[in-house]
Design a protein around this ligand. Sequence first.
Ligand SMILES: *Cc1c(COP(=O)(O)O)cnc(C)c1O
Length: 468
Amino acid sequence: MTPEQKAKLRELPSVDDLLNEEEVGDWIAASSHALVVESLREAVELVRRRILEEDGEVAVERRAILDVAEDIFARRTIPSLRRVINATGIILHTGLGRAPLCSEAIESIVEAVGGYCNLELELETGKRGRRERHVEGLIRRVTGAEAGLVVNNNAAATLLILNTLARGREVIVSRGQLVEIGGSFRLPDVMLASGARLCEVGTTNRTRLDDYEQAVNDDTIALMHVHTSNYRIIGFAEQTPIAELVTLARHFHLIVIDDLGSGALIDVTTLGLPAEPMPAASIEAGADIVCFSGDKLLGGPQAGIIAGRKDLIECIRSNPLMRTYRTGKLTLLALEATLRQYIDAEKAAQNVPVLAMIATDTDVLAERARTLCELLEQTVPGESFYVCSDTAYVGGGSLPGAEIASVCVQWRPKQVKLSTAVQLLREGEVPIVARVHDDAICFDLRTIIDDDFEDLAIGVADNIEDDR
Ligand SMILES: *Cc1c(COP(=O)(O)O)cnc(C)c1O
């Protein structure tokens, strides 16, 4: 150790010293003594190590150490799970939490969760009630089914349905519908975990009613239809429609299960998208049980909705596994408010953010892009931004290949490297997740909301400053 290093180590303030600083008192008031002490200790230790490694150049004044401590403290107090700006143009981005909630759902949560709510209390009778009853009527209404149920997500719904109705029995599924929905949801694996036996029929691209019929045996309990929501087989392809499966199932006394995946509750062709199967149509065609996600095209919270025949729903409800999949009050509050929007399809198209984002006209997006572009030019000197047309996607494993014309603001950074800029945007105070395309960072107006504009501009400006 050099004499300079020794001198510097002696100069280092102690944690106790630093605790007497006025601003440190403010940090303690805003969080906790323990967290502040940890941050100070870590800052002093960091500077001590720098002194030992870098001989000479390290600042040891109180101010410098407090700055280091403040950074550490800030990182420890920022919530881990927090708001980000989705500039990717992918509307149902699973990494970014899928569907943003409608304002009615948010209000409902804010109103009810700071205190108590009638989660499992029937106000009319004063008796204990089932928590799912708050949404059952709405599920019946939007699907036309006799009964409904809600669990944590559609994967749970599928597993619960199969475990209740088909354990130890055979379920016939077309080879073209044995989907993987990202990560750990692969239909054959879910089937195995449920205790049901999978009987694959047909080929990848074509499965006909005959194929199902020939596979039926004494062990068969159900025919399952799975919407291939995240890929499409085009060309020489044929799948058997639900109505035909129903006819066959009735003849052999089998159950028809339809996993619809995204569960569009309005006709999405009116929003300019390719057709998606709707739960009500499947029930109408005679499916005994359908299930779909709450946070895909429905545009609500993460949930799995099960609807269908009353006797079967009763069985599913009595499955002991049901207790392990039950939803929390936050989900039920948001789901009830979201489903309520669908009482009027036009209202849903306007109020449910996912649907509104899909339906927004490109002229409107272009106008908003110009506003954002001007704001960026004012806030970030020395950089240029351009409005250009681009393509957005529904995402979230819905509507594969369905492109939506969109408009974005492009940024080709001059003062920062492109890859550095992308990273800094992601790590900013309000993280911004953008797409890189043609050597430019693209901010897609389809998923950016007006309330994001200012934070986005500030984020880009900070980005340039941080890197100087
Ligand atoms: C998305 C999807 C699932 C899984 O739904 P989660 O709500 O994400 O659990 C299951 N089946 C199909 C067909 C899907 O599209």
